[in-house]
Design a protein around this ligand. Structure first.
Ligand SMILES: CC(C)(COP(=O)(O)OP(=O)(O)OC[C@H]1O[C@@H](n2cnc3c(N)ncnc32)[C@H](O)[C@@H]1OP(=O)(O)O)[C@@H](O)C(=O)NCCC(=O)NCCS
Length: 165
């Protein structure tokens, strides 16, 4: 029988697997993640805010980061989002979120979001999704996250979404 998933807070020892999953889901590998974030970026995020990891049989199958707005000063697409919608003064950025291709459609993203909200009650989270990323738009609509703005960046259209945990 298949082992169940374990969704928990990520730690430093998850970083190699997070970076590997990120790499496999960047546009350079045919994936839909919008930006390559460095090991240093994830280390800073881990120290500042919850990063969620899901493993199955000890193997990382998903991650969901959260980070202060200031952590994205060097990430142009996030700056474009913030120009379109900034949220509350204590709002944080939700994402990136990524689930291993062979594990998609099984509720892992929803479980990671549920744990993130438990860790950050009452705070606004903001995120962006490419308008052509149907799976992500559907998954986040299913989570009850709603659209608050739209923006263009490098000729790509995005929607901005927001929720309160
Ligand atoms: C977006 C992503 C994180 C969703 O993760 P997931 O674990 O597959 O999502 P879930 O199984 O929790 O899906 C929840 C809902 O989303 C919808 N959904 C998920 N994948 C879908 C797909 N490929 N097509 C249509 N709907 C989809 C379903 O409605 C599902 O709910 P339901 O099964 O009860 O109907 C995943 O597809 C992914 O990692 N994509 C690659 C990276 C990426 O694009 N990240 C997001 C950038 S904004």
């Amino acid at each position: 029988m298949e082992e169940p998933c374990d969704t928990r807070l990520a730690a430093g020892h998850d970083l190699d697997a997070i970076l590997d999953l990120q790499e496999r889901n960047l546009p350079t590998s045919g994936g839909t993640l919008s930006a390559r974030l460095s090991r240093e970026w994830f280390e800073t995020a881990l120290a500042a805010m919850p990063v969620i990891a899901t493993t199955r049989a000890g193997r990382l199958v998903g991650y969901l980061a959260s980070a202060p707005v200031a952590a994205f000063a060097e990430v142009a697409v996030v700056q474009a989002m913030l120009e379109a919608y900034r949220g509350a003064s204590d709002a944080y950025v939700y994402g990136p979120i990524c689930v291993d291709e062979i594990e998609r459609g099984r509720g892992i993203a929803i479980s990671m979001f549920a744990l993130l909200k438990v860790r950050l009650p009452g705070r606004e989270g903001i995120l962006f999704i490419r308008c052509d990323n149907t799976a992500s738009l559907r998954a986040h609509a299913r989570m009850g996250i709603h659209e608050v703005a739209k923006f263009d960046h490098n000729d790509v259209q995005y929607v901005v979404l927001s929720y309160v945990g």
